[in-house]
Design a protein around this ligand. Sequence first.
Ligand SMILES: C[S@@+](CC[C@H](N)C(=O)[O-])C[C@H]1O[C@@H](n2cnc3c(N)ncnc32)[C@H](O)[C@@H]1O
Length: 289
Amino acid sequence: MSYINTPIAFQGDYAGYSWEIFNGDALEILKRLPSETFDCIITSPPYFWLRDYGTPGQIGLEDSVEGFVSSICDVMDETQRVMKKTGLLFLNLGDTYYSGKGQSKGIDKKSSKRRFGLRAVDKSGGLGIGLEPKSMIGMPWRVSIEMLKRGWTLRSQIIWYRKASLPEAVLDRPRRSYEPLLMFSKSKKYYFNRKPLEETEQEDMWTIVSRAKSAAGLGTAPYPDELVKRCLDVGCPEKGIILDPFMGSGTTLRAALENGRNAVGIDLNSEFFQFVKKELTELGLKNVL
Ligand SMILES: C[S@@+](CC[C@H](N)C(=O)[O-])C[C@H]1O[C@@H](n2cnc3c(N)ncnc32)[C@H](O)[C@@H]1O
């Protein structure tokens, strides 16, 4: 399967399933993909001002809350078009705190990916929407509400309890231990397999050990394969085709291929694209040997 023929696209196969990846802006690439193609979309976009992925045009470093919400929702509009009527979207999107504290004095020793100039969330002025310093911005809710206005149906907010994640260094509020996984549908009737949920204690709270480190030190903030697998089990028919418009290190694609699905991924960062290209090619070779 090949949608477009460009030097920034690469394709391969694994155990009879095909994969295709694109290096470019999610919105631009999506516009070139045909409508009603994908059974399931599983993705984690950049969070607001959490990381610098080092690529001009990246989402996440907008000046305003509104700017971020529309960047994400514009991409989601296109994912809605390319998703089949029977499809589901699983969107893993966490929140950011508004600090309003001005320029940070120290250096974040943990990650060069988190070294910024003055972040929009540190500037005074309540981000132009009257936020008090130290407040959560409420980004998952803001994005969800905008997506509802744009025709999505929000069917569930699954709590991903990030077991064994590194505790935050805060003393005056509970440390965060979970992230939302928002499940949206395009139509009233869609593919959904309840069976795997019946074996679990809580259907909408998934306890999954968070990944300690990103693959090969890439700094993509990867989610665990298990999270993708659970989305596939409930939301993607066997041999179906999935899409991740923010593939990072390619977790969604790898988990999809290993669980009998075809996969398409997009990322703006060429280093991440090359990494996924190499990893999935090697995976395919290992399978043949
Ligand atoms: C949270 S990471 C995804 C991590 C991924 N789930 C994994 O397991 O590795 C978000 C990704 O979005 C990419 N990105 C940022 N802006 C983008 C854009 N405009 N188009 C496509 N990808 C973009 C970043 O390069 C980064 O790899």
